[in-house]
Design a protein around this ligand. Structure first.
Ligand code: FAD
Length: 487
């Protein structure tokens, strides 16, 4: 088979973009498969070139015949079964630079894998190269300065464990195995966001390798434009190798779940809206709507990072709604973070996300109708955005979801491929109902993509992001992400 030329590559990219605009999730893996087959890749990269790359790096190269290949290619969302030609386990900036050079010389598709939790499986690709940062997971804490410096392969639990040793923390995600790089580059929402802002709000600086192989620092002082872009704009601008975070004193929190008996969904959501309107920055409560054999149930996940007596006082209105189970108690923040959230283990799923400025009666009615009709493994999660995260101006950095409101995540899971179509259809039906009420999306929680969705995620920030993309990645080599186009 003849090698693929740069022109074919560009044509394929255009095809991919066109297909992905509003394309159904079902066709996504297929689209990537078409993008480049393994046979095509093998024709383009001879084994001598791969051996040379392996000899130039301190990490190691995993080829399709390696014993650890099958494990190395696994990602969290098992809806994606992708087979890259090479997985390069990098151990530093120069490994990343050499791999970037190799990938571009061979015009191969490129994925960057942090924690592998992309809803769209972007940490892996078919027939291309994966820069796998999992070996770069060291976290160092300067307790005096309240700063953590983490390798870009660190997971939420690595960051939490390291910082909690000193009674410190920063906003990180609700799932311990999410990668902090993917989380922070896309925004980063978690239990501390009302008090301390998003993960990206706590980023002091990042080390990046740019597409031309330079190792640079992005911070307010050293490169304010790039720093602005990577705080929300995802992995569009270079490969981040380390991140430096501002930490805060966080030890015990008042946390747990309130599970309500089946039914009463509209009343519970209305009470939730009232509660959220009055809650202090320390309070983080999200509502999960879950189908059950006895009818839909509402569970509220609570975390209060202030004085527990004050937290218990604030919780009175939610307790007055008579939860059937109430395990909200004082626990260490690390224990609470380790419990994880909705998806505890890798599984095939489809999730989408909408931002609603209000949880109106219309939205509550649509959610209630959908959850009454949900597949047993469907779920709606309503995440209020308030407090510190919503006090940053949306033009201050790329992450633009700054208006107070509610993120609604709609997700469904399947183990048998036969269940996929109905699971996906249920999610999309509710998405379509809520769409007219939405004013944005959170890029990190989107299991679908299109140019319109990416523009919706960044709003007025999109034009500046496209300019910065043009400067740092004019050929859109880093396109396996919620993609900002360089033109
Ligand atoms: C179970 C689960 C729970 C979640 N919970 C939360 C939550 O509580 N809060 C929240 O805000 N989000 C949450 N998310 C969404 C999560 O933030 C995103 O999926 C995030 O992109 C995952 O990052 P990752 O490094 O694990 O994923 P990956 O798949 O490795 O990467 C995701 C994207 O980031 C890019 N990327 C990763 N690392 C780098 C790097 N070093 N340099 C350049 N680009 C990079 C990748 O190329 C890819 O496009 C959750 C996702 C899952 C699956």
């Amino acid at each position: 088979m003849a090698p693929i030329t740069r022109r074919d590559f560009v044509k394929q990219t255009a095809f991919t973009a066109a297909t992905l605009c509003g394309c159904p999730i079902d066709s996504l893996a297929e689209t990537r498969r078409r993008f480049r087959t393994r046979e095509q890749t093998a024709a383009m990269v001879d084994s001598a070139a791969i051996r040379k790359l392996a000899s130039q790096i301190t990490g190691h190269v995993i080829t399709t015949d390696a014993r650890d290949y099958e494990e190395a290619r696994l990602i969290f969302n098992r809806a994606f079964d992708l087979r890259p030609a090479l997985i390069v386990r990098c151990l530093g900036g120069s490994d990343v630079a050499r791999t970037l050079d190799f990938t571009q010389k061979h015009t191969l598709p490129l994925s960057v894998r942090g924690g592998g939790h992309s809803r769209l499986g972007y940490g892996m690709c078919d027939g291309g190269v994966v820069i796998d940062l999992s070996g770069m997971n060291r976290v160092e804490v300067d307790a005096r300065k309240r700063v953590a410096r983490a390798g870009a392969g660190a997971l939420v639990r690595d960051l939490d464990v390291a910082t909690q040793r000193f009674g410190l923390a920063t906003t990180s995600g609700g799932c311990p195995t999410v990668g902090i790089a993917g989380l922070t580059l896309g925004g980063g929402e978690g239990k501390l966001m009302g008090k301390y802002g998003a993960a990206c709000d706590n980023l002091i600086s990042a080390q990046l390798v740019t597409l031309d192989g330079r190792q640079v620092e992005a911070s307010q002082e050293s490169d304010p434009d790039l720093f602005w872009a990577i705080r929300g704009g995802g992995g569009n601008f270079g490969v981040v190798t380390a991140l430096e975070y501002q930490l805060h004193p966080v030890t015990d929190v008042l946390a747990g779940t309130l599970m309500y008996p089946a039914g009463r969904i509209p009343q519970l959501l209305q009470a939730f809206v009232k509660f959220v309107a009055a809650e202090p920055d320390e309070m983080d409560v999200l509502a999960q709507l879950l189908p059950s054999e006895r009818g839909p149930r509402c569970r509220m996940d609570v975390c209060f990072c202030g004085d527990p007596r004050i937290g218990n006082d604030f919780l009175r209105p939610l307790r007055a709604l008579k939860p059937q189970e109430d395990n909200v108690k004082v626990a260490s923040y690390l224990t609470v973070q380790s419990a994880g959230g909705f998806l505890q283990a890798p599984v095939a799923h489809f999730q989408t996300d909408l931002f609603l400025p209000e949880l109106s009666d219309g939205a509550i009615a649509a959610i209630t109708a959908a959850i009454n009709d949900a597949p047993l493994r469907g779920k709606v999660i309503v995440v209020p955005l308030r407090g510190a995260i919503s006090r940053v101006a949306s033009s201050d950095m790329a992450f633009a979801l700054r208006q107070p409101g509610y993120e609604v995540d709609v997700a469904s899971v399947w183990s048998d491929p036969a269940g996929k179509a109905s699971a996906v259809q249920w999610v999309k039906a509710l998405r379509d109902k809520l769409q007219p009420l939405a004013s944005g999306v959170y890029a990190n929680q989107l299991g679908e993509t299109s140019e319109a969705l990416v523009r919706a995620a960044y709003g007025p920030n999109y034009a500046r992001l496209a300019e910065i993309k043009k400067k740092y990645d004019p050929n859109n080599v880093l396109h396996l992400n919620q993609n900002i186009k360089p033109d």
